[in-house]
Design a protein around this ligand. Structure first.
Ligand SMILES: *Cc1c(COP(=O)(O)O)cnc(C)c1O
Length: 385
């Protein structure tokens, strides 16, 4: 079934999932094999060794490409594996312009792994795309952005970044993990590469770690596939199966994440113990208009600053939830609460993180798809602890 002309939910369920040619199995089998038998040396059925190609992974790749309206997708063993591959397109002396409010693991990789290899990163405020031009030099090769950002939910105007990237012949890569392809499609806005931590909304069930890159350009696909096959951050077939299964409900999960997210953000906004709520759906969010333009809805990620709360108070509240679980990660069916300073963003120096609002009394919520009444009740009791 060539389902690329269908709507999102139909593609999520069908694209890539061809009935198994030998049995007709409706679910793509988990091709748990490392190698493929050849008829004579070099003569095979298109599969040589499983680091390079695996049919379960290929089915998933077709599926994710379709969800992003992209030509190609390459899956990796994690989101960081996917990011690492993009950085390996660069050479010593090259420069990257990126956000000052990045996923902690991306910041750690850029500063601790790639800076020592001679790549220069400019961490700047990308919420005004005009800032970018000031940092472009003859060595600039890549703009790397996230939107919404993690954890303060800033919105970057992808289309405006793409105009600048195009003008200066730079690649624009967008980490689309927080929005998922259901809410936002960066390629359509002019990005060259979309990155996902499929661990989050795509997988959706907190049971698998995976990454993905999506792109239209043939040469870029070839280069990134060469890096995957050479460096080996390929995902296994079982993980590919799990993400593919997760994606079948992505559209209905996202609808509920967004509905619950809105109700909870509105509840928290007027709560006396809360100083600030970060959520792009509020009309007074600084880049709400851009969020509205480039996203289908506002998602289920919310960050809050507790009013007059010490680190101890914050720890006590974070540990008092009964339905929310205190854990890193996001995007699963279950609601999670995270303390960025000690968890996801612990690798960012205190001065750097405080500049962008990652303070001791900040908590990040990944709103799941439970009944919202139970989530609201849980927030109410925990905030009173
Ligand atoms: C989790 C995450 C990553 C890293 O992905 P892994 O699958 O954990 O390697 C990158 N970017 C964002 C925004 C994330 O939330």
């Amino acid at each position: 079934m060539n389902s690329n002309n269908y709507k999102f939910g139909t593609k999520a369920i069908h694209t890539g999932a061809e009935p198994d040619p030998t049995t007709g199995a409706i679910m793509t089998p988990i091709y748990q094999t490392s190698t493929y038998v050849q008829e004579s040396p070099g003569k095979n059925k298109g599969y040589g060794y499983a680091r390079g190609k695996n049919p379960t992974r290929e089915a998933l790749q077709k599926n994710i490409a379709a969800l992003e309206n992209g030509k190609h997708c390459i899956c990796f063993s994690s989101g960081m594996g996917a990011t690492d591959a993009v950085m390996k397109l660069l050479r010593p002396g090259d420069e990257v312009i990126t956000g000052d409010d990045l996923y902690g693991g991306s910041y750690r990789m850029f500063t601790k792994i790639f800076e020592p290899y001679g790549i220069k990163f400019h961490f700047i405020d990308l919420t005004d795309a005009n800032n970018i031009s000031k940092y472009i030099t003859k060595n600039t090769k890549l703009i790397w952005t996230e939107t919404p950002t993690n954890p303060t939910m800033k919105i970057v105007d992808i289309e405006a970044c793409a105009v600048i990237a195009k003008k200066h012949n730079l690649l624009l890569a967008v980490d689309n993990t927080f929005a998922s392809p259901y809410l936002q499609n960066p390629l359509a806005l002019g990005a060259n590469i979309v990155m996902h931590s499929a661990t989050k909304y795509l997988g959706g069930h907190s049971d698998v770690v995976m990454g993905a890159l999506v792109m239209n350009d043939e040469k870029l696909h070839e280069q990134l596939y060469f890096i995957l096959n050479s460096c080996g951050a390929n995902p296994g077939p079982m993980d590919s199966f799990l993400v593919m299964r997760g994606i079948k409900t992505l559209h209905i999960r996202m609808e509920r994440h967004c509905q619950n997210g809105r109700k909870i953000a509105e509840y928290l906004k007027t709560h006396p113990k809360i100083e600030k709520v970060y959520w792009p759906g509020f009309t007074d969010h600084p880049n709400h208009a851009i969020a509205k333009k480039q996203m289908r809805d506002f998602g289920g990620m919310i960050s809050i600053v507790l009013k007059n709360a010490s680190l101890d108070d914050t720890f006590r509240i974070a540990s008092s939830f009964k339905v929310f679980s205190l854990a890193e990660s996001l995007g699963g069916v279950e609601s999670l609460i995270n303390h960025p300073v000690t968890m996801t963003h612990a690798s960012i120096p205190k001065v750097e993180r405080e500049k962008v609002g990652v303070v001791d009394n900040l908590l990040r919520l990944s709103i799941g798809i439970e009944d919202v009444e139970d989530l609201l009740e849980d927030l109410k009791q925990a905030l009173n602890c």
